[in-house]
Design a protein around this ligand. Structure first.
Ligand code: SF4
Length: 445
């Protein structure tokens, strides 16, 4: 989502006639897009700004802007802590950056430069920035369908930094998807903080399942992903849409955060363990071979050893194909930040280590059982780290390295010949002249 925000900002700036440069020395404007979901990311902002500040002595026209969740959260505080920052723009106002730059210029003419801070929340979507997105990829297009969150999980800063939920009209989303398809994009990523709580503001009763189904009908789009769903909104109609549309990828991210009911209640997650496992069973019963991924927090306030054991047991039971796991850190203005952060750093570290060790083990088992010697359709993304092979992703979001000649955005059929916990190695299978499509070559893993 943050990457896509950068594409939106880049788009509005390009529309104003600015061009991207590759070094700081060439730049007249530097915009730092920030994340405050974890403490470490937020801390990095000021140290990065300290480094960039030096450029101001070399280039008197050099402007520094800060956008994103830290900008939203800190607002006026940011220019008190870092007075050399020229522009602080909140998460709802990226479309107004060109106007704010104009205001900065006229301020500088009148009275010497001073900072501008703009962090209000809006109540409706801003269509202008959507038409100006400058995408970083030529084959995968992120498309925002909703923003904000009404859930207020006890640990999460997102409702404060992104504001309440609001959705884009479906017709605007579909128009953006159609235009992306016409420009040659083959993969669409529908984006939103709780993407599946989507509701069309202009059409009563039209929900996420309807939008997903309509996106799946757009000609030219081969893959559709969506992130990040909330388990509560994973309704049967969404499962039915996934089941009948092969272009929707065989991958579902299902953030659980903990395996302990006691902790889930304190987190205010709106799901308990049994309910979540029943949802996992429903997904497993689908004809599609869906790979599950999740987010997990260890060391939430009050998490006892037995709670952590429940988390490990849940991971064993679900057998996720991928997990994003973190140590809890209190975030300002969240409910849990008022509670005693009573799990020591040492215990948090050892629980995270234990959880990640288990997850690596499970991933390796899954890779051996499910992928080894099977044929996969791979969407090529670029050249692998070794500088020789290509790498791409399966529909289940597994990274595959193989020798091939494809350009990014092209598909290859690859047989998996070796697996590790984090990636797969493959050999390309050349299609015979008579084969009508690469999918004739076996399971679309
Ligand atoms: S649902 Fe997700 S974004 Fe919303 S408060 Fe909970 S963790 Fe944060």
């Amino acid at each position: 989502m943050n990457e896509h925000d950068s594409e939106r900002i880049s788009g509005v700036l390009a529309h104003r006639g600015m061009v991207p440069v590759s070094t700081l020395e060439e730049a007249d404007l530097y915009i730092l897009n920030t994340c405050s979901v974890r403490e470490k990311a937020a801390q990095k902002v000021y140290s990065r700004l300290g480094q960039v500040k030096r450029q101001k002595t070399k280039n008197p026209n050099f402007l520094i802007g800060v956008v994103g969740c830290v900008a939203q959260q800190e607002s006026e505080e940011m220019v008190k802590k870092a007075p050399f920052v020229d522009l602080v723009v909140g998460t709802h106002l990226y479309h107004s950056i060109p106007d704010l730059l104009d205001q900065l210029e006229s301020k500088a003419d009148e009275s010497g430069r001073s900072s501008l801070v703009s962090t209000d929340f809006l109540k409706a979507f801003r269509p202008s920035e959507i038409s100006q997105v400058r995408r970083g990829s030529e084959f995968r297009a992120g498309v925002t369908i909703m923003e904000g969150c009404n859930k207020h999980c006890a640990f999460c800063i997102v409702p404060q930094t992104r504001g309440p939920e609001y959705s884009r009209p479906a017709e605007a989303v579909l128009e953006e998807v159609r235009r992306a398809a016409e420009s040659g994009y083959v993969e669409i990523q529908l984006l939103g903080q709780t993407v599946n709580s989507y509701k069309d503001p202009s059409r009563k009763g039209y929900k996420f399942a309807d939008l997903l189904d309509d996106v799946a009908q757009v000609q030219g789009i081969s893959r559709i992903r969506f992130t990040s769903p909330h388990p509560r909104h994973f309704t049967d109609d969404v499962l039915a849409v996934i089941a009948r549309n092969e272009t929707i990828c065989n991958q579902v991210h299902l953030p659980v955060q903990s395996g302990s009911d006691r902790v889930l209640r304190r987190m205010r997650r709106q799901h308990d363990r049994d309910w979540y496992l029943a949802l996992v069973d429903k997904l497993a019963a689908s004809d599609r071979e869906i790979a599950l991924s999740t987010d997990m927090i260890v060391g939430f306030p009050g998490e006892a050893e037995t709670d952590f054991e429940d988390t490990l047991a849940l991971v064993e039971a679900v057998r996720y194909e991928q997990m994003f796991s973190f140590k809890y850190s209190p975030r300002p203005s969240t409910e849990a930040s008022a509670w005693d952060d009573d799990v020591s750093e040492e215990i948090k570290r050892s629980r995270l280590y234990e959880l990640q060790r288990l997850q690596r083990e499970i991933q390796l088992e899954i890779h051996n059982q499910r992928y080894l010697n099977r044929k996969c359709e791979v969407l090529v993304e670029g050249t692998a780290r070794d500088g020789v092979r290509k790498f791409g992703r399966t529909t289940t979001n597994k990274v595959v390295n193989f020798f091939g000649n494809q350009a990014p955005g092209e598909f290859a059929t690859v047989q998996i010949v070796a697996v590790g916990p984090n990636s797969l190695q493959g050999e390309e299978i050349k299609l015979s002249a008579g084969a009508e499509s690469r999918r004739e070559y076996g399971a679309r893993v």
